[in-house]
Design a protein around this ligand. Structure first.
Ligand code: HEC
Length: 214
């Protein structure tokens, strides 16, 4: 009986630790994203800290599958999303020697890929979600652009007749938000706009740039 109580106590302490680490990890990510140039230099210790927090989080998720759904994995199951570039070549030879923190490590490469992919996956989530887009007519982007089709980000900047000027990809995204989607245009720096741009560009991976093309 006593062992059972002790075990239950230990489990709840572990879960609390995992939650704390998770909160600290997310806070760290938010700080990394909103800072200026000097603060964006992530110290190697911080990276290791994040990965440690992740490891704890994974453990917690395995024990609490219902409470901790992994939205990145779920979105990737729902929609085909192109993976970011493979940077594992940087681990070979002398390529990383000039880097501020010496040679790149596997942790760096893992962290870059994971963080980049997270932004793109967030874009996919918004692209497919009429509510997140603020649509007043329940329309999301994928209804006309399945898997990001016909968005041609590689052709921007280009002259768009309906706006009577040369525009960037984000202007066209806003045009579609205001017209077919009937929502409110997003600020250029809005996190949703940034994620949508990231997703649309990612889906055209490998296509050569050709600005101005109609
Ligand atoms: C009801 C259909 C519809 C929906 C929904 C829609 N679009 Fe569009 N989209 C269009 C049409 C039609 C065009 C072509 C407009 C033109 O070039 O004159 C277009 C063009 C674009 C382009 C430029 C393509 C090019 O070839 O230059 C982008 C980028 C784009 N849409 C993104 C989005 C995004 C992001 C959303 C969701 C917020 C969205 N669209 C929702 C119909 C739609």
């Amino acid at each position: 009986m006593q062992t059972r109580i002790r075990r239950a106590l230990l489990t709840s302490v572990c879960a609390a630790c995992a939650l704390l680490l998770w909160a600290a990890y997310n806070h760290g990510i938010a700080a990394d994203c909103s800072d200026g140039a000097s603060e964006s230099e992530i110290a190697a210790g911080q990276i290791a800290g994040k990965l440690l927090a992740d490891a704890h989080m994974d453990q917690w998720k395995r024990k609490n599958p219902e409470r901790a759904k992994d939205w990145v994995a779920e979105e990737k199951e729902r929609h085909a999303i192109k993976p970011p570039a493979d940077n594992s070549d940087l681990l070979k030879g002398d390529q990383g020697k000039g880097h501020k923190y010496g040679q790149y490590t596997e942790l760096d490469i893992l962290m870059w890929a994971r963080e980049t992919e997270k932004m793109v996956v967030d874009g996919s989530r918004i692209f497919h979600d009429a509510n997140a887009l603020g649509s007043t007519v329940a329309v999301s982007c994928d209804m006309c652009h399945p898997d990001g089709a016909n968005t041609h980000p590689e052709t921007y900047p280009k002259f768009q007749a309906q706006m009577g000027r040369t525009v960037l990809l984000r202007d066209m995204i806003n045009w579609c938000i205001e017209h077919p989607v009937r929502g409110k245009r997003l600020d250029s720096d809005d996190s949703k706009m940034r994620a949508l741009e990231a997703y649309i560009l990612a889906q055209r991976k490998g296509t050569p740039l050709n600005y101005g093309k109609h």
